[in-house]
Design a protein around this ligand. Structure first.
Ligand code: TRP
Length: 358
């Protein structure tokens, strides 16, 4: 069987370093590792509209932002098809049939959707499209016969829902769809990077993000103002590492070579943590260290971004090609699914023959 990979992002804003550690890094790793047939990254504009119906311009503007983010971190369009969801109308058709296989109460139990309904303040006015987006996401995944879906842990309920739909579909209509498996970040801290204010989630609406497109100045202001340990008032005081955002970020980004280069008093993060907990290490010092590391990380990304911003036509063509390629596969899958459901009335006059033979 083919091994396809699919993942995606809603184009509601520029991507940030939380996206990077949460899922973009594992996409890069997969891209380099190879061993797959097709690798798709979808810009989920249709899904983004499910809670932005009144603001299509915002979604439109961010399509290129997100595409440039992908290319700047090193997603290689020769290896990965980047495409735009709304261009593939087969996805909506699949979702329509899948929606017959899912109950309202099953949708109500989705913890991620529940959380989103709360944080978006929908209360009693949840858009139907938003409520049912896990079904549309199942169409995204299955249309491309993806067996691997690299995501953050907030997407687990969608993958689980997709597996259930696949099982129901295959049981009722025949073996057409492929059951997907999630691919989560390798370590705990990468599961969800907190915001610079210490909030558990880095999110645009909370204004606590470090963007992949941040300039050095923006990065500096953010890192130097980061939440640390509110009890660590004087340098000599013992500090706490747990819940200290600077250390969480170091956990996600630092390696031993960084110590040799910028902080040779310590060999590794464990040593620095111990010293901080003991007391005598100031927050400014660790913030400056983190700033170096994050700037080293963002510098090459900024350079590539500059190139693509000056070659927007190239980005446009990459999206167009990726979308055309993706479209072909989605058409094939929809055809297979409809054949399995016997929704193929004008194929070879089979319908007439069946009627005559009755
Ligand atoms: N729900 C995902 C997010 O909010 C985006 C997405 C849409 C997606 N379709 C997908 C992710 C299919 C993985 C697979 O980021």
């Amino acid at each position: 069987m083919k091994k396809n990979i699919l993942t995606g992002d809603r184009p509601t804003g520029k991507l940030h370093i939380g996206h990077y550690v949460g899922t973009l890094a594992s996409r890069l790793k997969l891209q380099e590792k190879g061993g797959y047939d097709d690798f798709f990254i979808m810009i989920a504009d249709a899904q983004a509209l499910t809670d932005n119906a009144d603001n299509p311009q915002k979604i439109r503007e961010n399509i290129l932002n997100v595409a440039i983010d992908y290319l700047s971190i090193g997603i290689d369009p020769k290896k990965v098809h980047i495409f735009i969801q709304s261009e593939i109308s087969e996805l909506t058709e699949l979702a329509f049939y899948y929606s017959n296989l899912v109950t309202v109460s099953r949708l109500e139990r989705n913890p991620t959707v529940k959380q989103e309904i709360k944080s978006k303040g929908f209360a009693e006015s949840i858009p139907v499209g938003f409520f049912t987006y896990p079904i549309s996401q199942a169409a995204d995944i299955t249309a491309f016969k993806a067996s691997i879906v690299p995501v953050g842990d907030d997407q687990l309920p969608m993958i689980e829902q997709t597996r259930e739909i696949v099982r129901s579909f295959n049981r009722i209509y025949g073996d057409v769809l492929v059951e997907p498996k999630e691919l989560l970040p390798e370590n705990e801290v990468c599961m969800r990077l907190p915001g610079i204010d210490g909030n558990a989630k880095m999110s645009k609406s909370l204004g606590n993000c470090i963007y992949l497109s941040d300039s050095y100045e923006e990065l500096k202001t953010k890192v130097m103002g980061m939440y640390t340990d509110p009890l660590h008032l004087k340098v000599e005081d013992p500090g706490h590492v747990k819940g200290n955002t600077v250390f969480t970020y170091l956990d996600a980004f630092v390696n031993d070579e960084d110590f040799a280069k910028y902080y040779p008093e310590f060999k590794n993060l464990d040593e620095l943590k111990k010293a901080y907990e003991h007391g005598g290490i100031g927050d400014v010092k660790i913030k400056k260290f983190l700033l170096q590391i994050l700037d080293d990380f963002l510098k090459p990304i900024r350079e590539k971004r500059k190139y693509y911003e000056e070659h927007l036509d190239e980005v446009y063509d990459i999206l167009k090609e990726g979308t055309m390629y993706a479209h072909c596969l989605a058409k094939e899958t929809l055809n297979e699914a409809k054949n399995a459901m016997k929704l193929n009335y004008f194929n070879n006059k089979q319908l007439l023959d069946e009627f005559k033979n009755e």
